[in-house]
Design a protein around this ligand. Sequence first.
Ligand code: GLO
Length: 536
Amino acid sequence: SDEWWRSAVVYQVYPRSFADSNGDGIGDLPGITAKLPYLRDLGIDAVWLSPFYPSPQADGGYDVADYRDVHPMYGTLTDAERLIGTAHDLGLRVFIDIVPNHTSDEHPWFQQALAAGPGSPERARYWFVDSDGGPPNNWPSEFGGPAWTQVPDGQWYLHLFDRKQPDLNWENPEVREMFLDTLRFWLDRGVDGFRIDVAHHLIKADGLPDFEGDWDDYVAGCLPTNTAPFADQDRVHEIYRDWRALLDSYPGERAMVAEAWVTPHERLAAYVRSDEFQQAFNFDFLRAAWDATDLRAQIAATLDANSAVGAPTTWVLSNHDVIRHATRLVRANPATAPWVLEAGEPTPDYATGLRRARAATTLMLALPGSAYLYQGEELGLPEVIDLPAHIRQDPAFVRADGQLLGRDGCRVPLPWEKHEVAFGFSPADKSWLPQPEVFGELAVDQQIGQPDSTLELYRTLLRVRRERELGSGALSLVDLGDDIVAVDVATSIGTTLVVVNLGDADWPIPADARVLVATCPDVSDRLPTDHAVWMA
Ligand code: GLO
């Protein structure tokens, strides 16, 4: 087995916002298929598709009404098969998103549960509980308010997310069977891997006891996650061992990656034992400030924890849940939850943000392990901050009464061609979220072939990463001063020295160094502030 996933670069596609083929202003599967050659040329190994299933879209499709079909606005099952086949022909693997913690309230199971009433086997697939005088416990929903909603007959049901996302009861064997069948369904259609949504939430502590900790500390990752009775419970691992056994019964090393917001590192490492997930997202870079000490500490801690279990490390700078890193890395108040901006926060300076984003990516793509990219970061897209309130859809915005701007700002449709309608996103002059003017300058056709562009930087980084086998190298931190993050990556090709300058002064580049890639054009003898370089 070649364990291809160990060093894979995976590109996340948010289907609603990638490319629209039929002119309704909403991206779709044929749109993605048509752009697969672009992704092959970028130099990635695999594509991960966020949910494209039938769904009322209360949470961007993370509210699934049918796990084995395609939402008509995205196309058909045949389109999904065509996408997978085309990707394989181009040498790309395909991951899809599985959302097992909850269904949509419009899933037939939940509708049957409502109709069947208290005590029924239909209700036993979810968490329906009797309680007089308020919710059964104090658990909060991730999107604000209590995690419980009452139905007309008096029972309450649990939803760790939106009230349109009722939590499944994973103690129920029918639930376990349904997901094994769903995985088989997609494995049979050639899918190479699964990204498992909130993989740490499936098992709830016996008796559903109150949460005793502080919610803000929990969200900030300062508490051991399993101190919450709804997260990282030990028995969750049983489920993933069953899944891994199923994946291993298929040819071609099918993989799964856990989205598990679990601290400390040692507990997250438990998800990547050899009979469970191949990978778990490491979200440290999402929480890290633009600070050399912080970045070095995160890298060291991650490597320690993962080397103990022999699992590859993963690195993530952006995804569909967090502020784009070209904006996040200059945010005035990085101490607050990193995934949403607060209403009225000052708009971060884009030029500085873009410099830092390019430097951060240059660091990330040199680090051994697997890297995850989010659509549009290769264009240097900023978070779109000034979307009108009536257009924002994200429940994180809606349930916070607009106090938090939510996650729509990183989900604005991609610009492909500056001079086309909708910047080439759609054949019609339509885009489900309005694209700001700056997207025109950042469009793919403006960057391709421009040596100083962010797109060409990504292409070069990915090519050199492959040539020098950095993804499977041995990494050590190098001390070049307090404001410098420096690492050595040793492979059979040689040693690559990566330097990121977070200080105010230029860093002098040694005379005998051979520059392989740099984030600024002229680095013959000095590396300016907020820039990064790979040297041999
Ligand atoms: C992150 C998911 C997110 C969903 C949530 C509920 O946590 O990626 O987008 O809102 O998981 O399914």
